[in-house]
Design a protein around this ligand. Structure first.
Ligand SMILES: C[S@@+](CC[C@H](N)C(=O)[O-])C[C@H]1O[C@@H](n2cnc3c(N)ncnc32)[C@H](O)[C@@H]1O
Length: 411
C-alpha cells in the first residue's frame, strides 16, 4: 500500500472514505453520512489489520473455514452504505441485523439514535463474542448482540422497521416476514437463480415486492435452514458449475465436453465497462429464461486458454445433458467489448446460437428498460402467469418470481 496512505491517521482515512462514498453516491443522506463519519471502522477489525486496510472500500476477512474460504467478513463500506440507505432508517427505528461483526450494527445505531434499537444476530459464537467486545469498546453497549440462527429472526425484539440481512440467503424466512412491522423493509442479498442480488423488499398484500436490486456477493448462510446452490466440479475446483435447478445433471458428461473443441460465436452487441448495470441486467435476463441454466465459476489462471467466461465468479451458462455454453466477451476497441458465446460438447452449436439470440433479444427489447419485476411469494401461492417472460424460482418457504415487462420498442 502507498506509504502516504499508511501514514494517515484513522480520522483522515475515515474522512477520505466518506468523501469517496459520497462521490459515488453510495451515501445519499446526511444521517448515513454522519454515521460513517462517527463510527471508527478500524476498531471493528482483527488486530493484524491496519487502519489503512480497514478504510479501503473492500471487505475485511475476519474468519475463514478449514477450506480457506471466508465464513465471516466486515462487508465492503459501499455495500454497507447502500444497504443502510435502502433500509430507510430514521430516529427511533427498530432494526434487526442478520450476520454480525459489530461495525454495521454501530452504523445503524448511529442512524436510529437513542430512541431506536438495534439487534444483531449471528450463528457463530466467536463472531458474537468479538462483536460484543468491539461494540462495547467503541461506545455502543446499547446494541443488542444475540447468538442464534438469524433465519429465525429475533421474536422478542420485533416488530422491526427494517431487517438487514448481511449474509447470502437462498430463501426468505417466514419468521423474518412475520417480524417485519407494517411498512417495514427487508434488505437482503437473495440468490435468485444462481445469481445474487441485494433486494429491497416491501410488503404488498400477501407477497413482497423488490423496489431495488443490486449485484453483490456475500458469504453463504449457515445453519439448518440454509439452502445453498449445488456445485458441480467440471475440472476440480478450477471450473465449477453452480446450479439451482433440481434437474439431474450428469457431471461427468459435462466435464468430458471440455475435451471437445470450443465453439465461439459472436453477437452484434457491444458494451463499455462503464455500463455496469447493463451487465447485471443481461445476467438476470439470461438466468430467467425457461431453459436449463447454471453459472460458471473459474480460476482464470488455471483454465487459461481453455475457458474465458465474461465473469469469473458467476457467468451465465446454458446447458443440455452433455453440453454447455457460457457468456463470453472480447475486446473490439479502446473501451468496447463484444458479447458472444463459447460452447463445449456435442450440442455446442445450437447452444451457442441460442445464447447469442438471447443476447440480441435483450439488446433490442430489454437493455434500456427498467429491468424485471422481482416479487417473493409464500410457497404455494405463486403469482398468476402474466404472459410475459417469467421465471419462478421455487424455494422451501418462498417462490421468487422474475417477470420481464413487455419489450421496449426497438432502438
Ligand atoms: C458478511 S458477515 C456479516 C458482516 C457484518 N454485518 C458487518 O458488520 O460487516 C456474515 C455473517 O453471517 C453469519 N451467518 C451465517 N449464517 C447465519 C445465520 N443462519 N444466522 C445468523 N448469522 C449467520 C456469519 O457467521 C458471518 O459472521
Amino acid at each position: 500500500m502507498d506509504s502516504a496512505v499508511e501514514e494517515k491517521s484513522p480520522d483522515q482515512l475515515r474522512t477520505d472514505l466518506v468523501t469517496q462514498l459520497l462521490a459515488k453516491s453510495w451515501i445519499r443522506t446526511p444521517a448515513v453520512e454522519a454515521a460513517f463519519r462517527a463510527v471508527p471502522r478500524h476498531r471493528f477489525v482483527p488486530d493484524a489489520v491496519t487502519a489503512a486496510e480497514a478504510y479501503q472500500d473492500t471487505i475485511v476477512a475476519t474468519k475463514r473455514g478449514p477450506d480457506g474460504k471466508s465464513m465471516s467478513t466486515v462487508s465492503a463500506p459501499y455495500l454497507q452504505a447502500y444497504m443502510l440507505e435502502e433500509a430507510m432508517l430514521g430516529p427511533g427505528s427498530r432494526v434487526l441485523e442478520v450476520g454480525s461483526g459489530g461495525y454495521n450494527a454501530a452504523l445503524a445505531a448511529e442512524v436510529v439514535g437513542p430512541h431506536g434499537h438495534v439487534v444483531t444476530v449471528d450463528i457463530d459464537a466467536d463472531i458474537i463474542a468479538n462483536a460484543r467486545a468491539y461494540l462495547d469498546r467503541a461506545g455502543y453497549p446499547h446494541v443488542q448482540v444475540v447468538h442464534g440462527d438469524g433465519e429465525l429472526g429475533y421474536e422478542p425484539g420485533g416488530p422491526f422497521d427494517a431487517i438487514i440481512v448481511t449474509v447470502e440467503a437462498g430463501d426468505i424466512s417466514p419468521h423474518l416476514v412475520r417480524q417485519l412491522a407494517p411498512g417495514g423493509r427487508i434488505v437482503v442479498p437473495l440468490r435468485l437463480r444462481t445469481l445474487t442480488r441485494c433486494l429491497t423488499l416491501t410488503r404488498t398484500g400477501d407477497h413482497l415486492t423488490a423496489t431495488a436490486a443490486l449485484q453483490c456477493g456475500f458469504v453463504p448462510m449457515q445453519g439448518d435452514r440454509r439452502q445453498l446452490a449445488r456445485r458441480l466440479p467440471l475440472r476440480g475446483n478450477d471450473a465449477v458449475l453452480l446450479l439451482d435447478d433440481p434437474t439431474d445433471i450428469d457431471t461427468a458428461a459435462l466435464a468430458s465436453a471440455l475435451s471437445m473443441p470450443r465453439v465461439d460465436v459472436w453477437a452484434p452487441v457491444t458494451i463499455t465497462m462503464q455500463e455496469l448495470r447493463s451487465f447485471e441486467s443481461l445476467h438476470v435476463w439470461l438466468s430467467s429464461q425457461p431453459r436449463p441454466f447454471g453459472a460458471l465459476a473459474v480460476d482464470r489462471q488455471a483454465t487459461l486458454g481453455l475457458l474465458d467466461p465474461q465473469d469469473r465468479f458467476t457467468c451465465p451458462t446454458l446447458l443440455t445433458g452433455d453440453s454447455f455454453a457460457y457468456l463470453a466477451m472480447r475486446k473490439t476497441g479502446d473501451d468496447t467489448w463484444q458479447f458472444g458465446a463459447h460452447g463445449f460438447g456435442p450440442a455446442a452449436g445450437p447452444l451457442t446460437t441460442d445464447l447469442v439470440e438471447l443476447i440480441v433479444a435483450w439488446d433490442r427489447g430489454y437493455r434500456h428498460g427498467s429491468g424485471p419485476d422481482i416479487t417473493v411469494h409464500p410457497t404455494g401461492t405463486p403469482p398468476a402467469a402474466s404472459g410475459r417472460v417469467q421465471l419462478l424460482v421455487p424455494r422451501r418457504d418462498a417462490t421468487i418470481a422474475i417477470t420481464w415487462p413487455s419489450p421496449a420498442s426497438p432502438r
